[in-house]
Design a protein around this ligand. Sequence first.
Ligand SMILES: Cc1cc2nc3c(=O)[nH]c(=O)nc-3n(C[C@H](O)[C@H](O)[C@H](O)COP(=O)(O)OP(=O)(O)OC[C@H]3O[C@@H](n4cnc5c(N)ncnc54)[C@H](O)[C@@H]3O)c2cc1C
Length: 293
Amino acid sequence: MLLPKFELLQPRSLEEATTMLAESNGETRVIAGGTDILVQMKWRKLRPSRLVDIKALEELRGLRWGQDHLRIGALITHREIETNQRIWDRFSALAEACRLVGSFQIRSMGTIGGNLCNAAPSAESAPPLLVFDAQAVIVTADGKISLPLEDFFVGPGKTLLQPRQLLQGITLPYPPARTGSAYLRHSPRNAMDIATVGVAARVTLDEGGATCRDVRIALGAVAPTPKVARSAEEALRGKPLQQEFIRAAARLAAQEAEPITDIRASAGYRREIVEILTERALILAGQRADIAP
Ligand SMILES: Cc1cc2nc3c(=O)[nH]c(=O)nc-3n(C[C@H](O)[C@H](O)[C@H](O)COP(=O)(O)OP(=O)(O)OC[C@H]3O[C@@H](n4cnc5c(N)ncnc54)[C@H](O)[C@@H]3O)c2cc1C
């Protein structure tokens, strides 16, 4: 199937890009790696008359390791994340999620910004970014705003972004000492497939290593948006990281999920998988926290 006709705009600066978007008549879309939007255009789900190609924008590139946080440019690809040892050391759940995306070709083209802005409930990078308390940095022709990533998603395929806005990147505060994290996903097919369920967990242990000082849990593909499992977190925070407490938290995570039945799985099956993956992700994150500096 051929792509519908469109005009391609290639801004050289962020300012030029935001001006192009501000002047748009609502039929203009941003394109980064194109692995989501071109498929949607081919299937005639989207018919933008203009595409603003943001790939040349320096301001959206790279990783910046600041004093107390990491800034990830929206154009960073999954491949760049999965091959970065510093990310594995500090934000393992994120590297783990990016390593699971599509194929080598998709990971080399697909960007973190595109993954978040496409806003699929199954978006692989979302649960790990949520457990690391990510902030989304949004730019318009008038300036920049920063908001919790959790508030960025408003529904399947929908974000808070207005057509005239761009996601510049995300910032992640460095996790405290003795923190470990993990991302696990389930898809019944061995072939390339999106997540039927994805779970990210982050555990920070106390100095003695026995108690869970802090914990974050986020779920993918089981609600209209990627979702933080708050009651599960509360149940485990301050408790010994032992099987009975981990299991109780996993059960609560399954209750908090709002899965649907679709071609990939039934709602009941998804709920069961949430419980299993949450338990496993917490155990793995705890083991990693135990050996973390
Ligand atoms: C075969 C295949 C397998 C896949 N497997 C997976 C998988 O396992 N897991 C998974 O999560 N995803 C998967 N995907 C989906 C896709 O590859 C990812 O979501 C990817 O990260 C999208 O990034 P992109 O740069 O290609 O986005 P694009 O297609 O360029 O853009 C996606 C959307 O985001 C908007 N956008 C992009 N960047 C910005 C920005 N900076 N500011 C504002 N709006 C922006 C675009 O307008 C568009 O609406 C797969 C796709 C294919 C085709």
